[in-house]
Design a binder for this molecule. Sequence first.
Ligand code: ATP
Ligand code: MN
Length: 468
Amino acid sequence: MEKIKRTKIVDLLKSEAFGSTVNVKGWVRTRRGSKQVNFIALNDGSTIHNIQIVVDVEKLGEEFLKPITTGASLSVNGTLVKSQGKGQNVEIQATEIEIYGTADPNTYPLQKKGHSMEFLREIAHLRPRTNTFGAIFRIRHNMAYAIHKFFHDRGFFYFHTPIITASDCEGAGQMFQVTTMNLYDLKKDEKGSIIYDGDFFGKQTSLTVSGQLEGELAATALGAIYTFGPTFRAENSNTPRHLAEFWMIEPEVAFADLPELMDLEEEFIKYCVQWALDHCQDDLQFLNDMFDKGLIERLQGVLKETFVRLPYTEGIKILEEAVAKGHKFEFPVYWGCDLASEHERYLVEEHFRKPVIMIDYPKEIKAFYMKQNEDGKTVQGTDVLFPQIGEIIGGSVREENYDKLMARIEELHIPMKDMWWYLDTRRYGTVPHAGFGLGFERLLLFVTGMSNIRDVIPFPRTPKNAEF
Ligand code: ATP
Ligand code: MN
């Protein structure tokens, strides 16, 4: 076959170089047609759209075309022409086709359209080839790019925090242990505790549940940083919003106070949503048409709204009033309770009908490092609550006062041996500072309109599932 430089389908579909000879490579979505002419819908992943290849059956031979079934991979040389048919502007009149690989229709699982999301999870190694997952993963890439751009443009530095950690007090959830010890022959002391001296790091280590503590070290030196990395939580919560391995974005800003933190949270999410609307139109339109007719409208809606700033105590009042009026929640509502996602969603979807930043939580239900308010009861935590999802961001102003922070550490019996380096930020040149954590996949749930977090990450890790 004649060697012609390949053009991606996304570019060909925009081209007006009619009459030129082009090469296109990709995977067959469908082949249909008559004895005289066949139409192959070819996709190369560069866009949700296929390019139509028009084939003169007599010229290439019926036998030759037979193995060109759904999933087969091709290289096609041909002439770019203005399309006669509906639905596309350009098509390719094939002159030569090379078949790279066939896909036996008797065994290739992606035959018909409309496979269930559950079935596609079982074949997560092939699901990126579907229109739906192509769209989702292109959006995922775009969101990652937007996040880096947002922070870079505002002078934040991308800071890499460790994935293996020796502190067991990050306080954000159950951890996965990391060890090279022989689990069949663990050395224990007389009390039955495992002796870690001989382990790789000489102490007990785990996969990180958050980069925040190290992020604070960086923010109190570089001024403003963000992390964007894998995060692990061994909590056994089999929900549509939890993964055991997910990606978290954690900005940390020196000299920021509560209003500045909330403004950053709001500006950041809106920037990401705007980016998706501007740069992922075709993929969003596809998801809107196929799954969720309200998706694009919902994304545009969020941009128009100013997020509500709601103190926890007021939020509880609203929920208690709802209960008094007969609204049924599964979990009880009272001052001091940790809000369940049904509560969060009531506030966002039914009461305010817009995103809510809840602040000033009871200190008992929040982490030790949050800045304590004058009332002695509440701390400057901020959860950003979103329609469909509930908590999308958890953030706070950090307690910068050494004595107050120490008092809290002692109250909670957090082992000090793990914390000395963190406390040095408060011991030397302490400053007010604030930051937040956004679960990347929670953002993607909102932007794609998917209802299960397993469908916005390529290879989900959840309880009893680490396939592929
Ligand atoms: P939740 O209450 O929803 O379990 P959390 O309060 O434990 O979350 P944080 O410790 O505040 O979560 O983490 C910051 C952000 O990371 C959350 O707002 C959420 O977007 C995301 N996140 C937390 N846990 C998970 C998880 N298991 N899977 C996916 N994203 C998560
Ligand atoms: Mn949280």
